[in-house]
Design a binder for this molecule. Sequence first.
Ligand SMILES: [Mg+2]
Length: 185
Amino acid sequence: MESNSNYKTINSFFDVELKEDYLLVIDIDDTILAYEGMTRKWWKEKMDHYLEIHDTYEKADNACINNWKTHIENKNPCHTDKDGFFDLISRAKQLNLEYFIVTARDKDHEEITHEHLNYLGIIDVDVYFTSGEDKSQIIHTVMSKPLECYKKIVFIDDLRENLDDVKDYFGDENVVCYKFKHSID
Ligand SMILES: [Mg+2]
């Protein structure tokens, strides 16, 4: 596990420390699961391509997301860390923690998302869709108690901007961020 000033980089959920009265929030894409051949490199190549043919970043981004959606509808995901993930959930249950998934996916992708989580055996975790909004806002809306009732919010995501958003919103002292890094290509 490597550490920097803002968060810990992990490649296994076994490295996530849970304690009583923590709130656990986990991302989906490139955190819990990944699609072979559709990771960061795929996004970069597609984005470069769409930036060449579209006149705005937004249009290119939309084209990229649509392309990604078409692709994942015909693919099965794989676990990034199957044993670690189920161990994490089981530890959260033992400690009686509140936990849920927050994804940047659109709400209109709810069906395929549940299908793919089910495929991986993930059936009993609530999923919230930000549809591109800040994850901090959704967490704030969904968490059942006021912030001061939690000892810490544990937030696991692969993207720095999401980790920064949650840290900034809830305050450095209230959040433990983990940057997940898997090795699926
Ligand atoms: Mg992600």
